[in-house]
Design a protein around this ligand. Structure first.
Ligand SMILES: Cc1cc2nc3c(=O)[nH]c(=O)nc-3n(C[C@H](O)[C@H](O)[C@H](O)COP(=O)(O)OP(=O)(O)OC[C@H]3O[C@@H](n4cnc5c(N)ncnc54)[C@H](O)[C@@H]3O)c2cc1C
Length: 293
């Protein structure tokens, strides 16, 4: 189902994010994850696109498999990295032919060793260009990325949120956020974008399940998200006790989800990343606490 149509009928959605497996064993892990999460009734799932466009074919294959075998709507991530507009256009035709109707349109990160993103000749400079390209072709619901703490390259968070408003004005029907841990950042971003658009934007929080201190630090280094003091204080002292750290991390994550839903978040997008147990536990806990998600 096209997500723009789904959003018109659902106040809240539940979604999970996966990445394309690198080898046969990883395929089995992914299959197990999907088997565990599909019974929770996600509205859709999404599949990442490797840095530098490295998993282009795999992303498509996984999206097709999820839609075909599990009957769940799957969205393909797509970046501008290493692709001309003509190549992106050809890829859109392929996706359309394969029954893929939902795309998360991203600029992508600069390739390793490169500080700034430089488009290839004839390529797209910003995600907004890709969103326009997809819109001109037609046939897809397009989502975009949002950064509650601001994108690391942006001069200020307001400047970055203005660019987010441009993407939503330019054809993206919703946004999914980078991981973050302070609901105040999310609220401020939504208020800023709503003021720019003159309407409430559909910005789905991306949720990182906190299960250990080392994993949290790594995720935050990669995404450059901040670890708020209250999260650090809850997890760091338990770094030597895996079970206790996991309990505290999951309690923090569930509380964060509840705060975001109470603030009007239109659902949750959980970074399941092929390890489904924590994602399933979060959804189950929220439902036991009476949240409709
Ligand atoms: C939910 C989510 C999923 C992701 N999935 C993937 C994935 O599968 N594969 C992958 O490689 N990466 C992925 N990323 C990472 C993403 O590609 C990077 O964060 C990238 O650096 C920014 O992408 P963007 O689409 O936000 O870019 P843009 O919207 O183009 O923004 C990038 C920067 O440029 C600025 N900017 C935008 N437009 C303009 C303009 N017109 N003039 C000047 N400045 C401008 C913005 O403020 C920002 O600082 C994902 C990110 C998120 C949040």
């Amino acid at each position: 189902m096209r997500l723009d149509q789904l959003f018109a009928t659902r106040a809240r959605t539940l979604s999970f994010e996966f990445f394309p497996p690198k080898n046969e064993r990883a395929w089995y892990t992914l299959e197990d994850s999907i088997d565990q999460l599909v019974p929770l009734g996600p509205d859709f799932v999404s599949v990442t696109y490797g840095a530098g466009g490295t998993t282009r074919a795999k992303t498509r294959e996984v999206v097709e498999q999820i839609q075909g075998r599990w009957g769940v709507t799957a969205m393909a991530h797509l970046t501008c990295v290493n692709a001309t507009r003509a190549e992106l256009g050809a890829l859109l035709d392929e996706y359309h032919g394969a029954g893929i109707g939902n795309l998360l349109a991203l600029r992508g990160d600069p390739p390793k060793g490169q500080e700034r993103f430089v488009p290839v000749d004839g390529g797209c400079s910003h995600a907004a260009d890709l969103i326009a390209l997809i819109g001109a072709r037609g046939g897809f619901a397009t989502l975009c990325a949002a950064f509650p703490e601001r994108h690391p390259e942006a001069a200020s968070r307001e400047a970055d949120w203005d660019r987010l408003a441009d993407k939503l004005r330019g054809g993206a029907c919703a946004a999914i956020t980078q991981l973050f841990f302070d609901p105040a950042d999310y609220r401020a971003m939504c208020a800023h974008v709503a003021a720019r658009l003159g309407r409430a934007p559909r910005i789905i929080p991306g949720i990182w399940p906190v299960v250990d201190w080392a994993g949290l630090q790594k995720a935050c280094q990669l995404s450059r998200a901040a670890i708020p003091e209250r999260l650090r204080a809850a997890i760091e002292p338990l770094a030597g006790d895996r079970a206790a750290a996991r309990r505290a991390g999951m309690a923090f994550t569930v509380a964060l989800c509840r705060e975001l839903l109470a603030a009007g978040a239109p659902g949750l997008h959980i970074y399941a990343l092929n390890r489904s147990t924590a994602a399933a536990e979060i959804v189950t806990a929220l439902r036991l606490l009476g949240e409709s998600i």
